[in-house]
Design a protein around this ligand. Structure first.
Ligand SMILES: C[S@@+](CC[C@H](N)C(=O)[O-])C[C@H]1O[C@@H](n2cnc3c(N)ncnc32)[C@H](O)[C@@H]1O
Length: 242
């Protein structure tokens, strides 16, 4: 069973408990206005961002995900809006991305990059993204910068992500600080629904790979309001150019 299969139906409820949920969406919707389609969302999930882009700008979008259940949620959501003619869904692992043609803009929202476990895999993913971009094409992705104080206080205790009359969704994080890895378990009404590993890194660790692959850094923001990264930033938002 691939990660996210079990949580696909509850993904929006679960993730909307995250304080960066809306601001991430607003950022990527606004960014997409600069580019001609087809543009590409890697790790499209339930298409919550792509749907807003399609409604606002009506450009063609290719959505990539390796989880069939998430792609199904995407298809359902876009169909409801009557926008399926603008969307192509590809069932692929973006580490080995193969688009039907090169794109001017590829984006990977909401820390999806954190699913890549090690330098080698991150480099492979960045290389295949680079190879699928037109000359001058742009790739944007974001990740958090771990707030260690918060992580220590959150370690190994349940955190409520969503609650309604009949659904309670909680996360439990187990941090491995030495290996910059966390194990996330998601519980629905006290039953384990999904669990996966997730990874973090400092901007300096990813900078070298970005350069090795051949990308130019157009911007590096420390938040979704496009302020420059500082030592106090909690996010790293990379705008890269081929
Ligand atoms: C954190 S969710 C983000 C979903 C969506 N972009 C959003 O902003 O809500 C990560 C998504 O990326 C997908 N994903 C993770 N690793 C992937 C990979 N190597 N190839 C393709 N999809 C991947 C997962 O299946 C999931 O749908």
């Amino acid at each position: 069973m691939i990660e996210y299969s079990n949580i696909a139906k509850y993904y929006d409820q679960w993730s909307s408990g995250d304080k960066y949920w809306n601001v991430t969406k607003d950022f990527y919707v606004a960014e997409s206005k600069h580019y001609e389609g087809p543009i590409v969302e890697l790790g499209i999930g339930t298409a919550r961002i792509t749907t807003e882009i399609l409604k606002k700008y009506s450009i063609d979008i290719i959505g990539v995900d390796r989880c069939k259940e998430m792609l199904e949620e995407s298809r359902r959501r876009i169909a409801k809006e009557g926008l399926l003619d603008k969307l192509t869904l590809l069932h692929q692992d973006f580490v080995h991305l193969q688009l039907p043609y090169k794109s001017k803009y590829i984006f990977m929202p909401f820390r999806t990059f954190g699913h890549l476990p090690c330098i080698q895999t991150r480099k492979k993913a960045l290389t295949s993204i680079y190879n699928n971009l037109c000359e001058g094409g742009v790739f944007i992705f974001d990740h958090y910068i771990l707030d260690e104080e918060w992580a220590k206080s959150a370690n190994n205790r349940r955190i409520k992500m969503y609650e309604s009359d009949d659904i309670l969704i909680e996360d439990l994080y187990t941090f491995d600080f030495n290996n910059k890895k966390l194990h996330c378990s998601v519980f629905k009404n006290n039953t384990l629904l999904e669990s996966f590993d997730f990874y973090w890194f400092q901007p300096s660790e990813i900078m070298q790979i970005i350069k090795d692959v051949g990308f130019k850094v157009k911007a590096l923001y420390g938040d979704f309001h496009r302020n420059q990264l500082t030592k106090d930033s909690y996010n790293q938002i990379w705008v890269l150019e081929r």
